[in-house]
Design a protein around this ligand. Structure first.
Ligand code: GLA
Length: 748
């Protein structure tokens, strides 16, 4: 049964050129390549990369059964063939307890199904069995079929060689002669063995309060993370991590995953009566119904999932690297985020050519590279009551159009960005007066407004084409380098009355598919344009939208202290490479907290730096400080945005202190940020021990802001900074320090 020595082993490299080697014993695969094995005698599939192995098999009933997801096994390890559970009792039947890779709802199955169908004759029983498999474009494709009806499911597996992160999705095909209805469809189900100490981490929030890391101990029953809102949502993010008692920030097993879907989604984490876990994620089955005519297919989103022994910190770093090298549109080497200025908090809707030009001139003085004009430039948009949908430049505010402003911005060596909210319409707009039927609604029923706006039904081809053309024209006619793409409410009354009755609920899939279609086509037609995903802050951040956008706006909350926790939570799931962070005015508009400009800068410099303050209120020392810190930021942004992040001290749970450290991928630079909420009892700031340095290399330390305690050496070994550490001289309220550690050219 040894995979390595079985004479019938088929080995397919999933990296680089596809190779098929038949009938030979396997040499050990280089650690950098993902590999796939199928053992014909034990009927086991194994995917290995780096420190991760994922194994499943075909059991005696022909079901695909989960066998192992965790640390890497040796190729020589003998894994027994998959064998279904025995019935435990007449109440715990084998058909329900056996951990299946993709369970259909049928036979006696009481858990969360991956797929639930209904047929026109009333049959709702679906029992999926293995048929065949093949490898195509570095993906393992496994075909399942129902025991009697010609419904086929293709499960897709692809493992990333560098991180061991697995991409799973499914394609559901109706080969019967009649239409059927998909009532529930997951991208994947993942199984973990029985244990009593699983802890689930998830991210929850609300507008201006996103990215809270929640932690709960799992017990038998189901925990559901979801959005029923038509988009990703502020309330829960489609990400999870599961740890055990031995796990912490830096060590121990962690399984983690995220859905690439920007519509209604659900991840359920279910501990069954045998204490096994099943994590199922995909389309939210709530109000879901997708009719498949004969010959049609439905593709699910991708559910990405990984494993590490390195605790939550390493789980995050794997996700960060994977997003930078595989998900982002400019991957594997996305451009570093430019320092931007955004006018929203300075002017709100009160934008005009003179005011924006003045702000642009001031922004250029401090080294800003991109000037973004926010809401208020179009139609009758003087407040949030009117104008959305009418994307023509307001002639009173910009009598000569956008060109003079864009020309000025470009002459100041910045590029130009613009705010849009293409999926929405104010009832008080020409677009709505022309096309009242274009919004999501149920005929004859009220239309609930949020921020005085309604949601355009992008699932309609005419709406999709209109939105695409509007944006295509805007980008063709103007020299625009960047769009801030906003989305300021959730769905309500999600009717699609122009559609055939039986297809109206396809809106949940078709809307998001069309959103992706528009973004994809715009990027193809305007390859230099970058896009930010914003939804009243962090309401639409997920791996689906991140495949098509270059950065995200994590929150409308720009208070630099609140941001520490927001950014901390954000980084559990997403890379700082996309995490925009503005320096805004003090006191902060949201909570009236006052902080120094230096503190505000240091908080924002942990992500992708932007400025959103009203520069007309700044004095010369403010400009001087900003100019210096923007310059410093440019020298460290590669490390901060795309390096390895260590959350040294978490700002969560009311801690007085917090600190992060980023290490560049080549190990040559580390950047430390430390924050103090307020000192009490004269206590010293906790000693900070750095992580991820080369122990034998020497690092020279210098300060961007704040200082180390006197007596701190200017240069020491990595071992010194990691074990003896550094004491910071931080006292007072809302104080911060930033230190840079540069590796000396030669070890002394
Ligand atoms: C949303 C965004 C803000 C700003 C406003 C404009 O709230 O999150 O940054 O763009 O819309 O109306």
């Amino acid at each position: 049964m040894k995979i390595e020595t079985s004479p019938s082993v088929r080995r397919l490299s999933l990296l680089g050129a596809l190779s098929l080697v038949l009938g030979i014993s396997m040499a050990h695969e280089a650690a950098s390549a993902a590999s796939f094995y199928f053992n014909e005698s034990s009927r086991l599939f194994a995917l290995h990369a780096q420190n991760v192995s994922y194994i499943f098999g075909i059991n005696e009933r022909g079901e695909l059964q989960a066998m192992h997801w965790g640390g890497r096994l040796a190729d020589s390890d003998a894994i027994p063939a998959a064998q279904a559970d025995r019935d435990h009792s007449s109440f715990e039947l084998s058909t329900s307890t056996t951990p299946q890779e993709y369970p259909g709802w049928g036979a006696a199955f009481y858990g969360e199904p991956a797929l639930k169908l209904s047929f026109p004759d009333g049959n709702r029983d679906l029992v999926l069995r293995y048929v065949s498999h093949r490898v195509e474009s570095q993906r393992l494709l496994v075909q399942l079929k129902d025991i009697s009806r010609d419904v086929r499911v293709e499960l897709r597996y692809e493992m990333d060689a560098e991180s061991g992160i697995l991409a799973r999705s499914a394609r559901i095909e109706n080969h019967t002669r009649q239409a059927l209805v998909v009532q529930q469809a997951a991208a994947a189900a993942f199984s973990l063995p029985a244990a009593d100490d699983y802890r689930l981490y998830s991210l929850s929030g609300q507008w201006a309060g996103e990215w809270n890391l929640d932690e709960r101990r799992l017990a038998p029953g189901m925990t559901v993370l979801e959005s029923r809102r038509g988009s990703t949502g502020h309330q829960h993010n489609p990400w999870f991590a599961i740890a055990q008692n031995v796990s912490n920030e830096e060590s121990g097993p962690v399984w983690f995953g995220a859905l690439a879907w920007s519509g209604s989604w659900r991840i359920s984490v279910e501990q069954d009566s045998t204490h096994r876990l099943r994590i199922t994620g995909g389309y939210n089955p709530f109000d879901f119904s997708y009719r498949l005519a004969s010959g049609e297919a439905l593709e699910t989103p991708v559910f990405y999932a990984g494993y590490t022994q390195g605790g939550l910190g390493e789980a995050s770093r794997l996700m960060h690297r994977f997003q930078v090298t595989h998900i982002l549109p400019q991957s594997p080497q996305p451009r570093l985020r430019p320092v931007l200025y955004n006018s929203w908090e300075a002017t709100q809707f009160d934008v005009d050519a003179a005011g924006q030009t003045k702000l642009a001139e001031m922004a250029a003085k401090i080294g800003v590279e991109r000037f973004v004009m926010d809401d208020g430039w179009f139609g009758a948009r003087n407040n949030d009551k009117a104008g959305l949908g009418d994307w023509t430049v307001n002639p009173k505010k910009f009598p000569n159009g956008l060109k003079p402003l864009i020309d000025t911005v470009k002459s100041l060596n910045m590029d130009f960005g613009l705010w849009v909210e293409p999926e929405m319409v104010n009832p008080d707009s020409d677009l709505y007066r022309r096309h009242p039927d274009w919004v999501l609604n149920f005929s004859g029923r009220p239309r609930t407004e949020g921020r005085n706006q309604l949601v355009l039904n992008l699932a309609r081809a005419d709406v999709r084409n209109h939105v695409f053309k509007m944006l295509d024209d805007l980008l063709t006619r103007n020299d625009i380098a960047f769009l801030k793409w906003d989305y300021n409410r959730n769905w309500s009354e999600p009717g699609w009355s122009a559609q055939k009755l039986e297809d109206q609920q396809k809106v949940y899939v078709a809307y998001v598919d069309n959103l992706y279609w528009i973004l994809r086509r715009l990027r193809e037609r305007h390859p230099k344009v970058e896009i930010e995903s914003c939804s009243g802050g962090g309401g639409r951040v997920d791996l689906g939208i991140l495949r098509l956008t270059d950065e995200v706006w994590p929150s409308d909350n720009t208070d630099p202290y609140d941001r520490l926790s927001i950014q901390d939570g954000f980084t559990y799931a997403y890379t700082p490479a996309v995490m925009m962070a503005w320096v805004t005015d003090s006191p902060n508009w949201l909570n009236q907290r006052s902080t120094s400009l230096e503190y505000r800068f240091l908080s924002s410099m942990q992500g992708s730096l932007g400025i959103g303050a009203n520069l007309t209120h700044w004095n010369e020392p403010d400009f001087e400080l900003a100019r210096r810190l923007v310059g410093e930021y440019k020298a460290i942004r590669g490390t901060v945005q795309q390096g390895r992040l260590y959350r040294l001290i978490s700002p969560r749970k009311g801690s007085q202190h917090s600190a992060t450290q980023s290490v560049s991928n080549n190990g040559a630079q580390a950047v430390l940020f430390a924050f103090l909420h307020s000192s009490s009892t004269g206590s010293a700031y906790p000693r900070i021990q750095l992580r991820g340095l080369e122990a034998q290399a020497r690092y020279h330390v210098r300060s961007i802001a704040g200082k180390a305690e006197s007596g701190t050496p200017e240069e020491a070994s990595g071992a010194y900074w990691m074990t003896r550490g550094i004491n910071l001289d931080l006292k007072g309220d809302f104080r911060a320090a930033a230190l840079v550690f540069d590796r000396a050219a030669q070890a002394k």
